[in-house]
Design a protein around this ligand. Structure first.
Ligand code: A3P
Length: 314
């Protein structure tokens, strides 16, 4: 890579309470800890690749009177990713040296979130125990929707995502090893899931599963409506909503499919991979990709990590 791009993705990693995070997290940890939270915020939390974007689009439309015109704006601007600034450090290079015109949230996602017009919608991949203090201590009770997906499809999806969007150049086997060791950004996977699962009985927390969205999207939408106290006025609108949220529609929706970022990465030779963010959206796709040896190791790790939690990924 050209030297000027070397730092585009990440400068290194740090372990915070057992969670692997980009080094720059340390600079922003205090600001995240002290972020002003509002009761009328809605937070979508998840481990990467578990259906975050899908859930965000459901929530955004329900909270914005099904405004499909407004939903043409980039999801990152209307539903910002709190972690962006520590995940991708765009300050040093892209802004000064490139044709890339970063969106406001890409320059300083924390400031962007802090200044967002209320009611705010916020995405984060942080585990529950690294959320702002006001949430953890129950001082503020924003609605929190946590979505998770079975770890095998998550790992497979994360590998492709890392090639496409994070400059990872290793093999699937190497990625799987990092996943098992919890050495992928926001890893270990199970720590993230369990941190929210343990808080599932709080009235401001709703837990969703990717597999349920796949199986019966309408039912999940109804659950989210009840949780957010929103509604879809009639059957015609419901059909339109479900159609908008279908994999086929989302795959080609440029406000959701990160096509611009992928194009940028390709243009500047930051990645050596052909693919798209909306890859297949399947349940069980991992079976064609992951080795039995890895799956066995993962099964035993998950079994150990989830002992006594009553959580099930099947
Ligand atoms: P795959 O890589 O398995 O295709 P996230 O938004 O958390 O990064 O998750 C991305 C994953 O959700 C991708 O999985 C993507 O295809 C899938 N996804 C997004 N929208 C979807 C939809 N409408 N239907 C099915 N899968 C969807």
């Amino acid at each position: 890579l050209d030297k000027k791009w070397v730092n585009t993705f990440r400068k290194g990693y740090v372990s915070v309470k057992g969670v692997t995070l980009p080094l720059r997290y340390k600079d922003l940890a205090e600001d995240i800890e002290n972020l002003e939270v509002y009761d009328d915020d809605v937070w979508v939390c998840s481990f990467p690749k578990t259906g975050t974007t899908w859930t965000q689009e459901i929530v955004w439309l329900l909270c914005n009177n099904l405004d499909y015109e407004g939903a043409k704006e980039n999801i990152g601007s209307r539903f910002p990713f709190l972690d962006f600034s520590f995940l991708f450090d765009y300050r040093d290079n892209m802004i000064k040296n490139s044709e890339f015109q970063p969106l406001d949230f890409q320059i300083d996602s924390l400031k962007y979130v802090a200044e967002l017009k209320r009611p705010r919608l916020i995405k984060t991949h942080l585990p529950y125990f690294l959320l702002p203090r006001q949430i953890r201590e129950g001082i503020k009770k924003p609605k929190i929707i946590y979505v998770f997906r079975n770890p095998k499809d998550t790992c497979n999806s994360y590998y492709h995502h890392s090639l496409l969007l994070e400059g990872f150049t290793g093999s699937l086997e190497e990625f799987c090893k990092l996943f098992l060791e919890g050495k992928v950004p926001f890893g270990p996977y199970w720590t993230n899931v369990i941190s929210f699962w343990e808080n599932r009985n709080k009235s401001n927390i709703l837990i969703l599963r990717f597999e349920d969205l796949k199986r019966d999207l309408r039912k999940v939408v109804e659950t989210v409506c009840t949780f957010l106290k929103k509604s879809i006025p009639n059957e015609e609108q419901m059909k339109k909503f479900l159609e908008h949220l279908s994999f086929e529609k989302m795959k080609t929706n440029t406000s959701l499919n990160y096509e611009d970022v992928v194009a940028f990465n390709k243009k500047f030779d930051l990645i050596q991979f052909e693919g798209s963010f909306m890859r297949g959206g399947k349940v069980g796709g991992y079976k064609e990709a992951l080795s039995q040896e890895f799956l066995n190791k993962l099964d035993s790790l998950i079994k150990k990590a989830t002992e006594g939690t009553a959580i099930s990924f099947d």
